[in-house]
Design a protein around this ligand. Structure first.
Ligand code: ADP
Ligand code: MG
Length: 225
């Protein structure tokens, strides 16, 4: 059974047809999928207060019901280094259509992966794991499995990824925390099964993984018609 808070978020988003990043991340968090530490700030003071709490540099991103791809409209600023810079970013993003505040969040370093779900007419929810963040379309290095996935499915997905050496530590780079990635995929699969036919697709892009763990840094969910 879906948690009451998740149900409420989904019904708030129903009319719009999709779940914006802060709400999608809230659903993930409630489902045991780790996300960045973030705030949805509705004014500049709130943004600055939170940035000081987590420490600079931070990432700032526009929240708007009219913006699905934030970087296309100048809605993503990484490495924001101080109060003044953050205030500037807030003002600039304030000009973006549908502006509804910004996300302020910790800056994460590591390897960018994609985790996703697409509801297939024939197979039901299909879970995707890919390497390369925005370049995933170029590499086409993805593994797909029907949900729910079990631990052995996660292992075989990881095995089938061509860029697997990147995850295991390639040429002196540190291996990522594979256990954290596996745990995330299993929790994601459970969440997908709970959400059922209400959600048509989910994009966690990127999920950033490093030696200490894996966190979702961007999330969006498209709701079924
Ligand atoms: P969108 O996909 O809507 O354009 P994202 O939230 O994915 O926006 O941000 C664009 C890019 O910025 C990401 O692909 C990633 O490279 C980088 N990025 C976003 N959030 C973070 C973060 N918290 N830490 C580090 N890099 C980030
Ligand atoms: Mg993204």
């Amino acid at each position: 059974m879906l948690n009451k808070e998740i149900r409420e978020i989904l019904s708030e988003c129903k009319e719009r047809g999709w779940v914006m990043e802060p709400q999608a991340k809230e659903i993930l968090r409630l489902s045991g999928v780790e996300t960045t530490e973030f705030i949805w700030a509705r004014d500049v003071q709130e943004a600055i207060r939170f940035a000081n709490q987590i420490g600079y540099p931070v990432v700032a991103k526009v929240v708007s019901p009219e913006v699905v791809h934030k970087s296309d409209v100048g809605g993503v600023a990484v490495g924001v280094s101080g109060d003044e810079k953050l205030a500037e970013v807030y003002t600039e993003m304030g000009k973006i259509k549908g502006f509804s505040g910004i996300i302020v969040e910790e800056m994460v370093r590591g390897i960018e992966l994609i985790v996703g779900m697409k509801l297939d007419q024939q197979f039901g929810p299909v879970v995707l794991l890919g390497v390369g963040g925005t370049a995933v379309e170029i590499y086409k290095d993805v593994a797909l499995r029907m949900a729910p996935i079990l631990e052995r499915d996660v292992d075989s997905m990881l095995k089938s990824i061509k860029a697997r050496p990147l995850l295991e530590g390639y040429r002196g780079s540190e291996p990522i925390n594979i256990e954290a990635l596996k745990k995330m995929l299993l929790a994601f699969s459970d969440m997908v099964m709970e959400l059922g036919a209400e959600v048509d697709s989910i994009d966690l892009n990127p999920v950033i993984c490093n030696a200490s763990g894996c966190v979702v840094t961007d999330a969006r969910m498209m709701l079924a018609k």
